[in-house]
Design a protein around this ligand. Structure first.
Ligand code: 5GP
Length: 213
C-alpha cells in the first residue's frame, strides 16, 4: 500500500577465509555470479600478479611504498602480512557498497577477519572453508600450476597456520563438493540477510499494520 513504512536492510560484510587451495576463490566467483546484491571487495596487495590475474579485478597491485602510503592515510579497512606480502582492504569501495544497500564479500585471511570483527562485529558474518583432506589441499595447490614447488611447500605450512583459526569463525564449511559448498554458503548469506536486526524499519512496519486494524 502506498505510504506503508518500508523495510530496509543493513548490508552484510560477508567474509570467506580458508587456506589457499581449499576452493574459496571458486566459491566466491560462483556466489558473485548468482547474486546481484553481492559485491566483491577487491583487495590491494604487494605480491606479484599470477598469470591471468587482472589489475582491479583480482587485486590492486601495489608497491610496498604505495600500499603503506594508503594505509597511513586511513585508506585501509584492515591489512595484514600474508606469505611475506602485504594484503589489505581498500576502505572507500566497501563503505560505498554498504551505503548503496549492497552486501560485500571479502576473501581475506584470519588476521583481516579479526580486524573487521573489532571494527564492525554486528555487520560481520564469517565463514571458514576447510579442505576435505591434506592430500586434497596439496593436490589443488599443484593443479593450480601457478606456484613453484618451493612456494607450494611454504603454502602448505601457511595452510596449517590459517586452518588453526577455524574456530574463530561463525560458520565452517568442508568443501567436499563445489555445488554443495556453494549451496551451503548461499544459505548462510540468505539466512543472515533475514536476521531481525538487519531488517531496519520492521517495528514501524508492524506498528503500521496494527494501526490499520
Ligand atoms: P593469494 O596470494 O593466494 O591471492 O592470497 C593469499 C591469502 O591472502 C589468502 O588467504 C587471502 O584470503 C588473503 N588475502 C587476500 N586479500 C586480503 C586482504 O585484503 N586482507 C587480508 N587480511 N588478507 C587477504
Amino acid at each position: 500500500m502506498a505510504g506503508d513504512p518500508e523495510i530496509h536492510r543493513r548490508g552484510v560484510m560477508f567474509v570467506l577465509s580458508s587456506p589457499s587451495g581449499a576452493g574459496k576463490t571458486t566459491i566466491c566467483k560462483r556466489l558473485l555470479a548468482q547474486d546481484d546484491a553481492l559485491t566483491l571487495s577487491v583487495s590491494a596487495t604487494t605480491r606479484a600478479p599470477r598469470p591471468g590475474e587482472q589489475e582491479g579485478v583480482d587485486y590492486f597491485f601495489k608497491t610496498e611504498d604505495e600500499f603503506l602510503d594508503l594505509e597511513r592515510n586511513g585508506g585501509m579497512l584492515e591489512h595484514a602480512r600474508v606469505f611475506g606480502n602485504l594484503y589489505g582492504t581498500p576502505r572507500a569501495p566497501v563503505e560505498e557498497a554498504l551505503q548503496g544497500g549492497h552486501d560485500v564479500l571479502f576473501d581475506i585471511d584470519w588476521q583481516g577477519t579479526q580486524q573487521l570483527a573489532e571494527r564492525a562485529r554486528e555487520d560481520l558474518v564469517s565463514v571458514f572453508i576447510l579442505p576435505p583432506s591434506v592430500a586434497d589441499l596439496e593436490q589443488r595447490l599443484r593443479d593450480r600450476g601457478q606456484d613453484d614447488a618451493e612456494t607450494i611447500k611454504k603454502r602448505m605450512n601457511e595452510a596449517f597456520q590459517e586452518m588453526s583459526h577455524w574456530a574463530e569463525y561463525d560458520y565452517a564449511v568442508v568443501n567436499r563438493d563445489l555445488e554443495e559448498s556453494v549451496g551451503a554458503v548461499s544459505a548462510i548469506l540468505r539466512a543472515e540477510r533475514l536476521r531481525r536486526p538487519r531488517q531496519t524499519g520492521l517495528a514501524e512496519f508492524v506498528n503500521a499494520m496494527r494501526g490499520a486494524d
